[in-house]
Design a protein around this ligand. Structure first.
Ligand code: TA6
Length: 303
């Protein structure tokens, strides 16, 4: 076992609950297992790959063609989009959704929680490329709390002397039985930018249903959303704070084929509901200031 992983386990492993493993593609993964569920997180991108609450199917969708090697964006799980969302507004050659998800993160703290869960804090440790792309004294941390629910806090701290504008999102891929039968609730009446129709601004009427490509940026919404999945007889609840944008995305057939890493009919088994601050909701962090984007995910039976 390479020294780096041995040192990680020496410093941060928790007997029977949290252990680091290295993989042939160069990735290092934190494996979390509690009496309330299991999860796996890649240190590259601080990318949550899997989450299965006790008694439930996996909640996150991960493509069978996902590339876990460090430095590559991973198709599925929870990519961290930071410090911009989507294409960089001035330079389209820069990585889509920022560089945090393709950068190394370091483990800062792990702990067993009193309620039987696990806590893990990681810090973005941008490599030379990341620092060159964004030469600002701004730090990002991710706090993960795995219990009956999954809580993720994306923390931005401005250590510089001028205000910094940040776009961000937890770009979460959820596993559904059949996206054509699923529905996203909580966004009715919200204004959205329809990226499938040139960014036209529209108002959501009722539940969000998918029968083709959907790529919608809902703005000025702090609403709790749910994914109702009759096929898996479950509801996935998404509660957020420090977030005024929600993105709903399914590439459908043509875009999934163009992206090339969804696998056969992969688009039918997933839907992204992303909590963040994008478009007109990007955040300004004052010098010495901090912003926390916090999301809690839970699963319940669909009665
Ligand atoms: O959040 C939706 C979106 O912005 C889509 O437009 C699509 O580009 C998706 O993100 C995936 O982006 P990626 O860079 O991970 O392929």
């Amino acid at each position: 076992m390479p020294d780096a992983v041995a040192e990680l386990n020496e410093r941060f492993a928790i007997e029977g609950e949290l252990r680091f493993t290295s993989h042939g593609d160069g990735s290092t993964v934190a494996n979390l297992s509690t009496r309330q569920g299991e999860a796996a997180l890649s240190l590259s991108g601080a990318h949550l790959l899997h989450w299965s609450p006790l008694g439930h199917r996996p909640v996150l969708w991960l493509s069978p063609h996902a590339r876990l090697a460090p430095g590559h964006s991973i198709r599925g799980g929870i990519p961290i989009c930071w410090p911009w969302f989507g294409q960089h507004e001035r330079d389209s050659s820069l990585p889509s959704h920022g560089f945090a998800r393709v950068s190394p993160w370091t483990v800062e703290r792990t702990a067993a929680s009193p309620d039987g869960g696990l806590h893990m804090t990681m810090a973005l440790n941008p490599d030379e490329r990341g620092r060159s792309l964004w030469p600002h004294a701004v730090a990002a941390k991710l706090a993960v709390d795995l219990g009956r629910e999954l809580r993720m806090d994306l923390i931005t701290r401005n250590h510089g002397s001028s205000p910094i504008i940040v776009g961000e999102a937890l770009h979460t891929y959820f596993s559904v039985s059949d996206v054509r039968q699923a529905a996203v609730t909580g966004l009715s009446g919200c204004l959205y930018l329809d990226k499938v129709d040139g960014g036209r601004r529209r108002i959501q009427e009722g539940k969000v249903l998918v029968a083709g490509e959907v790529d919608r940026v809902y703005v000025n919404t702090t609403s709790e959303c749910c994914i109702e999945d009759p096929g898996f007889a479950r509801r996935i609840r998404i509660r957020k704070s420090g977030s005024r944008s929600t993105v709903v995305w399914n590439p459908w057939i043509d875009k999934a084929t163009r992206l090339g890493d969804f696998g056969e009919d992969g688009h039918l088994g997933m839907i992204c509901v992303e909590s963040g601050n994008t478009s007109e909701n990007v955040i300004t962090v004052a010098p010495g200031g901090e912003h926390i984007l916090s999301v809690r995910y839970s699963v319940e039976a669909l009665d």
